[in-house]
Design a protein around this ligand. Sequence first.
Ligand SMILES: [Mn+2]
Length: 326
Amino acid sequence: MEHKPLARPPKSPACTGISTFMRLPLEKTLEDIDFAVCGVPFDSLVTFRPGTRFGPDAIRDAYGANLYSDAFGITLFDHIKGVDYGDVACQAGYIDYDFANIRHTVKEIASAGVIPIMIGGDHAMAYPELQGYKDAIGKVAILHFDSHSDTGYHEMPKDAPYNHGTPFKDAIEDDCIITEHSVQIGMRGLTSELAKDYSYAREHGMTVIPACELHEIGIKAAAKRIRKIIGDAPVFVTFDIDFLDPVYAPGTGTPEGGGFSTWQALELLRYSLIGKNFIGFDLVEVNPQYDSGDKTAQAGNRIAWEFLTLLACRKAGITKYEDFGE
Ligand SMILES: [Mn+2]
């Protein structure tokens, strides 16, 4: 089977056929591919609005048949091959079972030298993902887009320590993250609990660039800083859709105003990651139950797609975004 999108307009429009990510073949293989997209229908650990278990399929359905990157001037599937790997088995409320399956799936994909593209799901899944990367290739750095640091809560009961606001604290405590090469960006909100999260992240060596600072310095300056910090480290890119302003992404569990546009997110991804050693990606917290006109699912699809263009650039030997149009 050819590991490329099946739908090619006008022969086979994107609205036809069974939904897979980008109409890639639904195939449980890791041979002769560069990436595997995998759904994680998990929302057992949200603190506010549930429904992200329906995120993976909403993002699959949101595909618009886009195969060419205007920004880099390349056709993605001239350079990369991939599959829709299906969903991780998740059973609402069975946290240990779900975490084990997520960890195993990431380990399985990454061990094969294939890039996991995990589509969530609530952000708690990032902890077992990071365990899976550690199992497969060792500790990794993170580039974390979010409106929250997700390094709280600091007084969780010992027998129920996890929620979607804790994955990076969990992963730091489990020694899964190269913190000195890690960056969290887009944080906003004025609760004292969030302020504690920042200081926890910083005390453990991570760089936090809050939303107010990113608005102030702009995308290119922030990307320069990010590039310097991540250096050559293997980087897991974890993108919480609530990095975007609720205007662009209302369908999410814990929306926060004062955020960023889809375009700013795409530019920040391009400038920060082109030519870098990224090893995996996730897109989390799309909640179609609260979406409007599928705009959040569309944005999530577009952002995951952009990550694939960066992978295509790597394969095509493109290492600089600034080269475009020069
Ligand atoms: Mn998050």
